[in-house]
Each structure stands twice: as structure tokens, then as C-alpha cells.
Design a protein around this ligand. Structure first.
Ligand code: V0D
Length: 248
């Protein structure tokens, strides 16, 4: 038996089903490096990255994670070569085309966080259709962060709040609960666990407000190689840390 298969069995036995993180957020990093190491073009890394998304969505929903938030495209990613941006923009439509039946079967609800107005119209249309087709689903919420940046989210929230105050809708003082309700993640719990692949140990303008109390888990594995084994490792580590805090 492979060592990794053995480890997977160990992890499955060790993980407590009653303490699965409710909300897992993922910075899916390392597609380009994965491709470069194999002498392949970058888009091959992204294509393989979509396969890892498919698996991670399936595994997360199966494990009982309630909210999965995937950082698919940051506001900084527009600086990449036009050909790469164009390829990336073809992925939401392709993904939804092939995965929507399974998402519906698994009761998954697709949502978008980020400034979608600046995405190409066909991408907006594809994602809105995916959200619409799954809006009555009551299982896992699958958030795709597209054209997302956390500081700009916070500024958007402030501006919407100011607007409401001007219109006389919010006259009392603002607290954390009220402020959160202006963010993209308004009706969702904060992430319990952040996973970042590919060795970088930064937050990179992702969910700055929402990650205030989250456990952070980093792996050197490139996103295209991220599998059930790594998801289980992250959850196992999360539960170990929670138990330690609980015992003091
Ligand atoms: C490439 C690794 C799924 C990160 C994962 C537009 C970079 C694969 C989606 C997707 C991307 C987005 C919205 C949606 C359905 C699927 C996706 C982008 C990049 C950027 F509703 N994978 N994926 N979107 N990559």
C-alpha cells in the first residue's frame, strides 16, 4: 500500500466528524510554478488547477464543510498577460457547464464574492446563471472570489454604510456586526480555517476582516496537486489546534 493511502486512512480515523470547520477558505496558489517545473505552459497549470477545484468541492461537501470560499481571481491578477487573463476568464463558464449537474445533485449553492461588475459580461452571465440555478440549495455554500480584493471590499462596505447613513437608514453607532453586514460575506460565518498552497505564507489581501480569528494552514504542495489527503491534513491540524486551546 502507498504511504499516502495509509496516511489518508490514519487521518480519516483521527478526524472527529463533530468538529469539522464550518467555513474553509483557500488561496489556490502555485499553478504557474507547477507548470514551469513540468516544462508546460502556464495555462496547463490552471487547467489542472480546475481539476483540483472539482475534487476539493466534492471532498469538502462530502466532509460536511458548510462554506467553502475559493480565491480564484484577485484584483491584482489583471496585471498578468492578456492571453493568460483570457484563458482564466474561460474557466468559470467551463467549470459550471460541466459541474452544475453534480453541484445540484450534491445540494451545493454557488455564490460569487468580489467586484463582478468589472468581469467580462459572459463571465458575469455564466456565474449568475450558476448562482441562480443553485440558489435554493441548502447544502454547502461554494463561494468563488472573483475580482476580489479585501481592502477594496472594506472600502466598498464603508461607502455603502455612509450612503445608508445619508439616507437616514443607519443613525445609531456602527458595531462589528453591523459593519460585517456590508461585506460580501454578510450572511456567512467567518472562516475557521484558511489554507494556502505553494509555500507562500501571506494573506495577500484575502478576507482581511473575516480571517481575524481563523486558523492558518500552509503547505508547499502546488494547487494542482492538492488532493483529499491535503484537505484531511489541514482539517486534522485544525482539530489538534482547537483541542489544545480547549485544554488551557
Ligand atoms: C485558475 C486555481 C474555477 C486558480 C483554480 C476566473 C486559478 C483554477 C473557477 C470558477 C480558476 C470561478 C467561478 C465559478 C466557477 C468556477 C475559476 C478562475 C480561475 C478565474 F462560478 N477555477 N478557476 N475561476 N482557476
Amino acid at each position: 500500500m502507498l504511504e499516502s493511502e495509509n496516511r489518508e486512512k490514519e487521518l480519516k480515523a483521527a478526524i472527529k466528524t463533530e468538529n469539522i470547520p464550518h467555513h474553509v477558505a483557500v488561496i489556490m496558489d502555485g499553478n504557474g510554478r507547477w507548470a514551469a517545473e513540468k516544462g508546460l505552459p502556464r495555462y496547463e497549470g490552471h487547467r489542472q488547477g480546475v481539476e483540483a477545484v472539482r475534487l476539493t468541492v466534492r471532498n469538502s461537501s462530502y466532509l460536511g464543510i458548510k462554506v467553502l470560499t475559493l480565491f480564484a481571481f484577485s484584483t491584482e491578477n489583471w496585471k498578468r498577460p492578456v492571453s493568460e487573463v483570457n484563458y482564466l476568464m474561460s474557466l468559470p463558464g467551463k467549470y459550471l457547464q460541466s459541474e452544475l449537474p453534480e453541484l445540484i445533485r450534491n445540494n451545493v449553492r454557488v455564490r460569487l464574492i468580489g467586484d463582478s461588475k468589472k468581469l467580462p459580461r459572459r463571465v458575469q452571465k455564466a456565474v449568475n446563471e450558476g448562482a441562480e440555478a443553485t440558489k435554493e440549495n441548502t447544502g454547502m455554500i461554494l463561494n468563488f472570489a472573483l475580482n476580489y480584493g479585501s481592502r477594496s471590499e472594506i472600502i466598498m462596505a464603508v461607502n455603502r454604510l455612509v450612503d445608508d447613513v445619508k439616507k437616514g437608514r443607519n443613525i445609531g453607532s456602527v458595531d462589528e456586526i453591523i459593519f460585517s453586514s456590508y461585506l460580501y460575506t454578510a450572511d456567512m460565518p467567518d472562516p475557521d480555517l484558511l489554507i494556502r498552497t505553494s509555500g507562500e505564507k501571506r494573506i495577500s489581501n484575502f478576507l482581511l476582516w473575516q480571517l481575524a480569528y481563523s486558523e492558518l494552514w500552509f503547505t508547499d504542495v502546488y494547487w494542482p496537486d492538492f488532493s483529499r489527503l491535503h484537505l484531511l491534513e489541514a482539517i486534522y491540524e485544525y482539530q489538534k489546534r482547537k483541542r489544545r486551546y480547549g485544554s488551557v
